[in-house]
Design a protein around this ligand. Structure first.
Ligand SMILES: Cc1cc2nc3c(=O)[nH]c(=O)nc-3n(C[C@H](O)[C@H](O)[C@H](O)COP(=O)(O)OP(=O)(O)OC[C@H]3O[C@@H](n4cnc5c(N)ncnc54)[C@H](O)[C@@H]3O)c2cc1C
Length: 379
């Protein structure tokens, strides 16, 4: 694009640029602005709104259900499992502290896991897991609340136990992302939407960021660049081991009476539901079609939607008429293990990667933003 003298002088040169306006990109830009207030910081987002997972998720403020943590123990050491729990917990505290509970619609309602027949043996490990978590929280985290199964109206034949997590909560995803966007803008970060980064390369000691918008292509320059594009990271760097994982969600219309409140996990975390006022938000089912759900396409499929509706009708709301109001999908990022990638790029050392949040970016996003900002400041 042909730039004016003014545009070139005031809009194209930056100390730091962040690519991706999800929770990780915004948290990184916010942390950079907090630590280095006078610096020129640019955030580039290709969607009109952030368009990945951060505005599409279920708004769980959670750090791992009993069966999920037990599954983790089968795949990693106890230290690794505990350090992931700690990262999620600290990330949630950081998010709440930065934005304020009232601005993100945080509700400390606790989390539950609805245990079916196939997971019933996990109950035998509940106290042992409490002991392991005691080192972090200095309190008992999991307890059995089986008496609530009837009050909550769940299918009694399916629901063999209900495990309560006293420290979990939920938030309003839309409010949280608006508050984070506003917080970052108020600290002087220049934010551009509708602008897709196509290529990064070194040019005269800086990183040249080539972008396209609907009508034009243009170039920004920054001394250092953070790439926070999560599931889409391979579009810029195909060599990265990042696989997309779609999450499909539905929400009912408000019910005249909803007997439960809180954030619920089912089936090792593959299904999750919560109340939003008197509505039920229900998502998951990726495990029913891993191959089909390894995609960056923002679409819902009959297979997963039918599964969700069937479980909603038979297990969660067995005695209630409901209507589905909306359905949508968001795209997460997974890899060979649950560790996110937070590191300088191998061949472009002024470029820093903060991607592959493993479906836990609401919880860890604020901490990953801090780590990435500190890496950029000190390398
Ligand atoms: C249905 C669902 C349920 C979830 N439940 C939970 C949960 O219970 N707990 C939890 O902690 N997490 C949960 N998550 C995961 C969490 O939402 C994500 O891990 C987190 O939002 C990832 O944030 P991010 O900023 O890394 O990525 P994203 O939010 O995907 O942001 C990446 C951004 O980069 C932009 N972008 C991509 N390429 C380019 C480019 N070339 N140029 C410019 N911009 C670009 C995209 O438009 C996007 O806005 C869930 C996700 C989904 C979808």
């Amino acid at each position: 694009m042909m730039l004016s003298f003014w545009e070139k002088a005031s809009f194209t040169e930056y100390d730091y640029a962040v690519i991706g306006g999800g929770i990780v990109g915004l948290s990184t830009a916010a942390a950079l602005a907090e630590i280095e207030p006078g610096k020129r910081i640019l955030l580039i987002e290709r969607g009109a709104l952030p368009t990945g997972a951060s505005t599409k998720n279920a708004g769980f403020a959670c750090f791992g259900s009993l069966t999920e943590l037990l599954a983790d123990l089968r795949n990693m050491s106890e230290e690794e499992m505990l350090s992931l729990v700690e990262l999620r917990w600290k990330g949630l505290l950081k998010l709440r502290e930065r934005l304020g509970d009232e601005h993100i619609g945080y509700e400390p309602v606790g989390g539950y896991e609805l245990i079916g027949e196939q997971e019933l043996n996990s109950i035998d490990c509940l106290e042992e897991m409490n002991l392991k978590l005691f080192t972090l929280f200095k309190q008992k985290i999991f307890s059995l609340h089986n008496n609530k199964i009837k009050d909550f109206g769940f299918n009694r034949e399916y629901s063999k136990a209900l495990v309560f997590n006293c420290l979990e909560g939920m938030l309003h995803t839309g409010k949280m992302m608006r508050a984070l966007w506003q917080y970052t803008a108020e600290r002087g970060v220049h934010m551009i939407t509708g602008c897709e980064v196509r290529e990064l390369h070194e040019q005269q000691g800086k990183i040249a960021i080539s972008c396209t918008t609907l009508s034009q292509s243009m170039q920004f320059n920054a001394a250092k660049v953070a790439v926070c594009t999560n599931a889409f990271a391979c579009e810029l760097f195909p060599e990265l081991d990042v696989r997309p994982g779609r999450g499909q969600v539905l929400i009912t219309e408000p019910l005249s009476r909803l007997p439960f409140r809180g954030a619920f996990h089912m089936d090792e975390g593959y299904y999750y539901f919560r109340n939003v006022g008197n509505r039920v938000l229900f998502g998951g089912g990726r495990n029913a079609d891993f191959v089909g759900e390894t995609t960056t396409q923002f679409e819902v499929t009959p297979l997963i939607m039918n599964l969700l509706e069937e479980k909603l009708r038979n297990i969660i709301l067995p005695n209630t008429d409901f209507k589905i109001d909306m359905r949508w999908a968001g795209i997460m990022a997974f890899g060979p293990n649950k560790q996110p990638i937070v590191q300088p790029h191998l061949t472009l050392p002024q470029v820093f990667l903060g991607v592959r949040m493993g479906g836990m970016g609401v919880a860890i996003g604020a901490m990953i933003g801090d780590s990435l900002a500190n890496l950029m400041l000190h390398k």
